[in-house]
Design a protein around this ligand. Structure first.
Ligand SMILES: C[S@@+](CC[C@H](N)C(=O)[O-])C[C@H]1O[C@@H](n2cnc3c(N)ncnc32)[C@H](O)[C@@H]1O
Length: 222
């Protein structure tokens, strides 16, 4: 089992006399039993003043754990992470031998820059690119991932059509590919049970796997 982050280190601590600082911190996330040959720890740079893509959401930790547990499936596979933010699942996939493309909204340059820094910090070689859901830039057409990851990407209903269109395109471009997501039940109005038919319809005959990361629900649906 992966041991979730226990350690946090604030790189720009605030003192009572100083104004608010950048609030950048590094959290450490360990996978495998320490001392075992395959065990490793990843360092994630977070900034609590930014929203969405600059800190780790619980879904990301759940999906990273899934990648670690299923590492034999990931080794050697081409993996793309959508809305990667702090990118923990994609970084785990890279550590276990996947060829990984980490993506986030093309306009969120600070998020993309942070992803590049984390690749360097953790000594993994991933491709990092801007990929905004529903936008059809040329590089998208050359992507043929075996596995598409998305941690906590189903949170704004305004984005669903664009997100589903991007996922559908990728899965259709790559035979036998799969979309794996973790979902956070934030309210009774956004239960995964209601979203799944829409998602499944959008993906048509493609297989979607959903791991729920809500507080009361740890079910897996296919
Ligand atoms: C709730 S955060 C999840 C971040 C990360 N996957 C995690 O679980 O910690 C949603 C992520 O989706 C990205 N995002 C939001 N809208 C997007 C869009 N239209 N296209 C691409 N990425 C988007 C955000 O920048 C952010 O990184």
């Amino acid at each position: 089992m992966a041991a979730a982050a226990a350690e946090e280190e604030e790189s720009s601590p605030r003192s009572s006399s100083s104004p608010p600082t950048q609030m950048t911190s590094i959290s450490r996330h360990s996978f495998g039993e320490s001392g075992q040959p395959h065990a490793f720890t990843l360092e994630i740079i977070e900034n609590m003043q930014e929203d969405y893509g600059m800190f780790i959401w619980p879904c990301s930790i759940a999906l990273a754990e899934y990648v670690w547990q299923q590492r034999s499936q990931f080794s050697g596979a081409t993996v793309i992470e959508l809305g990667a933010g702090t990118s923990l699942p994609g970084l785990v996939a890279a550590k276990v031998g996947a060829e990984v493309i980490l993506t986030d909204d093309s306009s969120r340059l600070e998020v993309l820059d942070n992803i590049r820094k984390m690749c360097d910090l953790n000594k993994v070689s991933c491709k990092v690119m801007g990929l905004t859901w529903g936008e059809w830039d040329t590089p998208l057409f050359s992507l043929a991932p075996k596995i598409v990851l998305g941690a906590d990407v189903l949170y704004d209903t305004n984005d669903f059509d664009d997100l589903f269109a991007t996922i559908t395109f990728m899965l259709q471009n790559s035979a036998g590919s799969v979309f794996i997501t973790t979902y956070h039940n934030r309210s009774g109005h956004h239960l995964i049970e209601y979203l799944m038919p829409e998602l499944m319809q959008a993906l048509e005959y493609h297989r979607a796997t959903c791991l729920s990361a809500g507080p009361q629900d740890d079910s897996t649906c296919h």
